[in-house]
Design a protein around this ligand. Structure first.
Ligand code: SF4
Ligand code: SF4
Length: 254
């Protein structure tokens, strides 16, 4: 990179989320600093201004009216918009509640019927604006984050796999905890990216990366039933991470 050229500008912002992705980004920022100019990262710098940038990373779901206003402004001021983390990509736990109950009912139950609190049904970023890259995870994987950023800095839209966790698990030559230990592993219907973290230590995947591309829900349900698991309980873990309720509709009918 020529020293005469200005560095690419990046911004890191948050909507409704737990800041887990912001911590991962902060922990890895030193690796990016020689190559970028960070114009705004309120979690780290306290500067909350929105200015035109090359890449904006956004954590959190759209759950409040001011989230939507901020997201619209961020989209209008960035070339690439990257949704970071399960909240931004799927809506995560905030959306799980909205799958079962209206937002107003939840506000009334928690704060009383005359509460001034305003909320939207929690939704991922692409429900409202175009998203260029979706980096799932709860929280995201640092290596995947750095690889995606390196591609964008070279002006390449990166490929992010949404194949199942089983793929990474097999590449690591792990034994299968679903077959060998009868654990309720959701790897076959969960998106890869974590490096099959849980099965690699002998534990079942509980779906924190969100659903994979074309998840075979009926086949997963059949296997879990054959092993004696309650589908509500096991597949409910995917819903807890914001998997859309449409994925479960056919199962409910069968
Ligand atoms: S342990 Fe889980 S993720 Fe690994 S191959 Fe078996 S079902 Fe797939
Ligand atoms: S729950 Fe599944 S997707 Fe999440 S870290 Fe574990 S193996 Fe990966």
């Amino acid at each position: 990179m020529s020293t005469n050229q200005p560095l690419p500008r990046i911004a890191v912002h948050s909507l409704t989320g737990c800041a887990g992705e912001l911590l991962v980004i902060l922990e890895n920022l030193d690796k990016l600093l020689p190559f970028v100019h960070v114009t705004s990262f309120p979690f780290a710098q306290g500067k909350n201004e929105i200015r035109p940038v090359d890449i904006t990373f956004v954590e959190g779901s759209v759950s409040q009216p001011h989230d939507l206003e901020k997201l619209t402004e961020l989209r209008a001021n960035t070339r690439w918009l990257v949704a970071v983390g399960n909240c931004a990509v799927w809506g995560c736990v905030q959306r799980a509640g909205c799958n079962h109950c209206s937002v107003q009912k939840m506000i009334d139950a928690v704060y009383g019927t005359n509460s001034p609190i305003e909320a939207l049904p929690a939704a991922p970023l692409d429900h409202y604006v175009p998203v260029d890259v979706k980096l799932s995870g709860c929280p995201i994987d640092a290596t995947q984050f750095l690889a995606v950023t390196a591609n964008l800095l070279r002006d390449h839209l990166p490929y992010v796999t949404h194949k199942p966790v089983c793929l990474e698990c097999k590449l690591k030559e792990n034994g299968c905890v679903l077959i060998e230990k009868n654990l309720p592993c959701l790897g076959p219907v969960t998106a890869a990216g974590c490096g099959a973290l849980c099965p690699s230590v002998g534990a079942a995947c509980y779906g924190c990366w969100g659903p994979c591309e074309e998840p075979q829900m009926e086949a997963m349900a059949t296997i879990l039933s054959e092993k004696g698991y309650q589908l509500d309980e096991v597949l409910g873990r995917l819903q807890a991470f914001g998997a859309p309720k449409e994925l479960f509709v056919r199962l409910e009918k069968s």
